[in-house]
Design a protein around this ligand. Structure first.
Ligand code: HC1
Length: 575
């Protein structure tokens, strides 16, 4: 243990604690910019400088471990001055068009400028000549706003195990970019957008499809239908100042209706259908000696990951399209037929917590009879912007329901948005089907939680124990794939893999939380709570009991994995 003083207060902390962490224990806030807890602790931006009594040089609190007897000053005149100079230097080479920046009012640099009272920048001079990369379907990189904090680089590398961003050049030519100055579209980027939600400024943002949605809504010849992903309802409210973890399903449906969508449907309906298809697919593989372990296929970041880095395991993927695409494909076939709409006159818009979904919707495998399953995908953040632009008073909205049939879903579908959720939903249905009864104990705690890689054995029937693995976040996916390669998972039957850490609740299209707030809260767990609460409160919590799913099979699909279901709801990836 180490005992020392911080701003005159004595404190005892475990050895190895940094000054930044120790200060927080005493409720003393030290400003940071490049710091990202556990991920990017490099002391590069020099915003967290503190004074240590008797020492000449100031030290970066985020990397400096405390020592016995030192006296730390976090707000001395010397510290104040140094932070201001450093901040002004960063600002002097930053594109300061804040009024039109997507991160305005949610920018850590802007907030610091205000908090540290930087009102003019004495260092006027040349600026680095950088460019904008907007070739990716999902992510736009604006180098003019990059402050070289390397948070994106560390997340891409360490958390996602993808590593397509790196530091290049020196001095004024320094940049964080893909290799050889290529576009993100030309390297092994999986479009997850984790770089965006960890960027402190507006140097990374999603490719906006807002105008495409307005154009569709304003076209009188189009029937415009929206579907919303499970995880959006766990976070949209944050964009309007609501507490994290507070579900906002009713207000979200109301807002979408007021935006002018002809029908407000739910990707959760498609998630219930996915469970039917995927559950029976697994049973088929178990009974007929199919490729095992079967791996879930709903996360487009994960799909791109396996195609790029482990293509030999593509046959292990479930052939099911994602719930987003199942919903779209059914809307353009069954629903269009039922309502006498030419699918060519239908525009399906998805609201997703995800930037990779923008890539997924335009994949050519994901179409039926020449119609793309989904036409436009926007993120949770883009939806919030649309609601604001339309001057909808979100807080005053009543709670409304989704439209019937394609808006009907179960608790099993809601939890898709959290890591382990797809697995739990599948097991609930498998257990009922195989035991031929309505099992009451359906909270499978072993597959829940934010641990990076979970392994469990689920006793589905007295004679069938299914071994499962669940992982989330690219680096963990990599570990699992390496284990698979080494033959260490030969006894496992079913694997759930999600591209983003925590699953979709922490997707790259979700509201952005500052690094400072991330020191105190685990977004993955908080937002997941919203989904598990909604699940617990749902009358029906198993996909096969969704009356609208039962009806869909009766009147259209016939049975899970039928020829028709295969044509519309399944695909093969073949990169
Ligand atoms: Fe997801 Fe899924 S859960 S992939 O995480 O299977 O994005 O929310 O929509 O499609 O349902 C995302 C979330 C989402 C699909 C579903």
């Amino acid at each position: 243990e180490i005992t020392f003083k911080i701003n005159g207060q004595e404190i005892t902390v475990p050895e190895g604690t940094t000054i930044l962490e120790a200060a927080r224990m005493k409720n003393i806030d030290i400003p940071t910019l490049c710091y990202l807890k556990g991920i990017n602790e490099i002391g590069a931006c020099r915003m967290c400088l503190v004074e240590i009594a008797g020492a000449r040089a100031l030290q970066a609190a985020c990397v400096y471990p405390v020592a016995n007897g030192i006296e730390v000053l976090t707000n001395s005149p010397k510290v104040q001055k140094a932070r201001k100079v450093n901040l002004s230097l960063i600002l002097s080479d930053h594109n300061r068009e804040c009024t039109t920046c997507v991160r305005s009012e949610n920018c850590e640099l802007q907030a610091l400028s205000k908090e540290l009272d930087v009102s003019d920048i004495p260092y006027q001079g040349a600026k680095s000549g950088h460019t904008i990369d907007d070739m990716s379907t999902s992510i736009v990189r604006d180098e003019t706003k990059c402050i070289l904090c390397k948070r994106c680089q560390s997340v891409c590398n360490q958390v996602q195990g993808v590593g397509v961003l790196g530091a290049v050049g020196r001095g004024f030519n320094s940049q964080v970019q893909p290799v050889f100055g290529r576009s993100l579209a030309e390297v092994g980027c999986i479009n997850c957008g984790q770089c965006i939600i960890n960027c402190p400024v507006g140097a990374l943002k999603e490719k906006s499809n807002i105008q495409d949605v307005w154009d569709a809504l304003n076209d009188p010849t189009k029937t415009v239908i929206v579907e919303t992903a499970p995880a959006v309802r766990a976070a949209l409210g944050e964009e309007f100042g609501h507490k994290m973890g507070e579900p906002c399903t009713g207000k979200m449906a109301a807002a979408l209706r007021r935006l002018g969508f002809d029908k407000v449907f739910d990707t959760d309906f498609g998630a219930d259908v996915t469970i039917m298809e995927e559950g029976y697919e697994l049973l088929g593989r178990l009974q007929n000696g199919g490729v095992l372990p079967m791996i879930t296929s709903c996360s487009p970041g994960w799909i791109k990951f396996v195609e790029t880095y482990y293509p030999q395991f593509i046959p292990n993927l479930s052939s099911c399209k994602s719930p987003q695409n199942m919903t779209g494909a059914l809307l353009k076939s069954h629903y269009a037929q039922m309502n006498n709409i030419d699918p060519k006159d239908m525009v399906v818009v998805s609201v997703m917590p995800c930037t990779a979904k923008k890539y997924e919707v335009q994949r050519e495998e994901l179409a039926v009879d020449g119609n793309q399953d989904v036409d436009i995908s926007i993120t949770t953040r883009e939806l919030a912007r649309m609601i604001k632009a339309a001057r909808i008073m979100y807080d005053r909205l009543p709670d409304e329901d989704f439209d019937p049939y394609y808006g009907d879903s179960t608790g099993a579908a809601v939890i898709f948005g959290a890591t382990g959720g797809v697995m739990e939903a599948a097991v609930r249905t498998l257990a009922d089907v195989l035991n031929k009864k309505d099992i009451k104990e359906i909270d499978y705690e072993a597959v829940r939680g934010v641990e990076g890689i979970k392994r469990a054995t689920v006793d589905v029937t007295p004679d069938l124990a299914v071994k499962v693995v669940i992982a989330h976040g690219g680096a963990n996916l990599k570990t699992v794939m390496e284990q698979l390669k080494a033959g260490e998972l030969n006894d496992v039957q079913f694997i759930e893999l999600m591209g983003c850490p925590g699953g979709c609740v922490n997707g790259g299209g979700q509201p952005i939380v500052s690094a400072k707030d991330k020191m105190d809260i685990d977004i993955r767990a908080e937002r997941a709570k919203a989904l598990y609460t909604e699940d617990a409160n749902k009358g029906i919590r198993k996909s096969h009991q969704n009356p609208s799913v039962v009806r869909l099979y009766d009147e259209f699909l016939e049975e899970p994995n039928s020829h028709k279901a295969h044509h519309i709801l399944h695909t093969t990836y073949s990169k």
